[in-house]
Design a binder for this molecule. Sequence first.
Ligand SMILES: Nc1ncnc2c1ncn2[C@@H]1O[C@H](COP(=O)(O)OP(=O)(O)OP(=O)(O)O)[C@@H](O)[C@H]1O
Length: 493
Amino acid sequence: MPANQLPLGLDAALSMAAQSLFQVLETSVQGMMVLDREHRIVWISEGYKRFLPALGFGDEREFVGRRVEEVVPNTLMAQVIETGQPILVDLLTNKAGSFLVSRLPLRNEAGEVIGALGMVLLDHPETTLRPLMQKFAELQQELIETRRQLAAEQARSRRPKHTIASFIGSSPAALELKRQARRAALSDSTVLLLGETGTGKELLAHAIHAASARAAKPLVSVNIAAVPDTLLEAEFFGVAPGAYTGAERKGRAGKFSIADGGTLFLDEIGDMPLALQSKLLRVLQEQEFEPLGSNQVLAVDLRVVAATSRDLAAMVARGEFRADLYYRLNVLPLRVPPLRERMADLEALVETLLEDIARRSGMPHKPLSTEALEWLAAQGWPGNIRELRNVLEQASLMSEEAVLTPACFEACSSFAARARALAAPPRPAPVPAPQAPAPAGLRPLPEVIERVERDAIAQALSLTAGNRMAAARLLQISRASLYERLARWPDLG
Ligand SMILES: Nc1ncnc2c1ncn2[C@@H]1O[C@H](COP(=O)(O)OP(=O)(O)OP(=O)(O)O)[C@@H](O)[C@H]1O
């Protein structure tokens, strides 16, 4: 075979390639060493010798023959021999400086590790690799700064929105409730908030969390009535990665794990389906759960605050709510009184709500005349403080006056309609009309409803000069449902 051709046969060609590679490396890298199975240095290259003084050795003979871990601080050569795994590129720092190194296991023909080859690819990489190191340092700095900002942001967003002091009221009923809420915050027991809609149950749940030992951890709310039954289980338990295809493929954390260490606020607990009630009870008892599609049991540390406007005891009696879950939740029941039972708080509430409305809408604060306060006090408030807030918002938005008078509230059409409905005595259930041919001029009900809706939206948009957010508020519907309707009647938008 001519000397200038590759040898025939793969083994011979590869062995020649290995030999050449070794020669190239020996001359082009800064230094090399070979170790035996016992980590002893058996050979160092010419280049390696110049590192010896910095490692504390005057002569090659004192160095070769020693175990590498005794003479090269921080080396991972021993690890490469023990695991048989190479470390292709690494930064080694010790008393001799910083080095970019590569470590490869050496194997015999049977594939057994019989030693290792170490190479110093670059010394002082901080100089030779300066542009790269600089970029790295910059990125690291950026990372530190971003992490700091994120932590500050998270701390800000977790800061409690409401404290017990933000529950406005100094009537005996309000003071008693705040006393009970403070006591509940000191314990870690389950709290059950009972009260009509709009009485401030959610506000109190936030306040109890904020005053509790868990305040630095998250408060996670689930409005059970707002989530379709079929999705509730995944919402609570989360979904393990790979359990489903499609959107859930990557998995999703459930509220139990998001609330870990903190408080889980279960609003409208009376709307929880029976099957899920028993699963929730198990989690509360065991303080552990399994995400859907996983058989891994995760421990969780939760405090539950639940709320309902329904009569849970009556639901238990009717078999609509599990008795065992009811007892588990009813450890610290707090009754949140309706507004009509604490009318002494009306003035303070109106004051706070009007300030808040002015701040949020950017419009001037409109105070209330004495007669207007008396007029408001004479109303029934079935929707409690939420309803009071809506009424004040409508009157402030729609009235041109600087001071709100009873006339401003009466002028507010939807409120006047509601007041009329409330003033009317309860009507008996309508008796179905006998089937009769439709008189001329009578339109099908869906058509009539559509016309009424359309007119109301047009009126709200004109009153708010086209401001959709304000219009939705006036109509007491969500912004999403206003947009949905506007899509049907594009001429209105
Ligand atoms: N005592 C109070 N002081 C100040 N604002 C209050 C008070 N109570 C309720 N509010 C306000 O009234 C509105 C309704 O309160 P919240 O949502 O807490 O009621 P809720 O009882 O949870 O109602 P629902 O059962 O319908 O969810 C909120 O805007 C809340 O900030």
